[in-house]
Design a protein around this ligand. Sequence first.
Ligand code: ATP
Ligand code: MG
Length: 242
Amino acid sequence: MTLLAAEGLEKRYGGVVAVRGVSFNVNAGELIGIIGANGAGKTTLFAMIAGNQRPTAGTITFDGKRIDGLRPDMVSRRGIARTFQIVRPFPSLTVLENVVVGALFGARQESSIALAEQRAMVILEDVGLASRAHQMASDLTLASRKRLEVARAIATEPQLLMLDEVLAGLTPTEVNEAVTMIRALKVRYGLTIVMVEHVLRAVMQLCERIVVLHHGEKIAEDTPTAISNDPAVISAYLGPKK
Ligand SMILES: Nc1ncnc2c1ncn2[C@@H]1O[C@H](COP(=O)(O)OP(=O)(O)OP(=O)(O)O)[C@@H](O)[C@H]1O
Ligand SMILES: [Mg+2]
């Protein structure tokens, strides 16, 4: 079943065309990757789907209904959550409070703070941050802040989770741990996941299908193996094999 369908998406910023004529589908339960060089339009694509940016052209359909042009809070209520490349926890709230905010304002909109806290604690356990629940978010390491960002997104109870470079800046060990965590979260919360990522080893391990953007356009879409052998992708992004 197609969960998300983007058709002919375009975003212009003045004279800059950040995304041009991009179409792709995501099936329910899939884990797909979006790769491409810096400035290829990956984050802009997420921003249009999540309602942070309005497409200049094209349509976005989620669960059978048009969502392009909706405000971020409305998109969130329909069941889409995203993380931000530059993590943005509320620094003066605790780790737990940050996740509670997601639980109170997302698709499920927990009816009481107590219930929201209960659910937030479960999610913190699942991302390995339970022991840090009462620390200030600003005191976390980068790896932990990335996990908090994922926890906040999951607290909104999305069907579709969009991860924007959650592995960037992590050590190889932290990347491995995060890959294991993403797999477990996908199963536990029944998620469909789209991840933008430069850490190719992880993308290749995790994703069933990969979409490649280059200067705002989709230049390939295939399995990880086919993508890593695609001449156009090698010349635009991957570089020759060593
Ligand atoms: N708010 C904006 N105003 C003007 N131009 C923008 C804006 N956001 C993005 N752009 C431009 O759009 C293009 C695509 O940017 P985008 O952030 O989507 O790339 P990206 O693929 O996410 O790159 P990275 O891998 O570095 O995160 C770039 O040329 C960028 O400078
Ligand atoms: Mg980006």
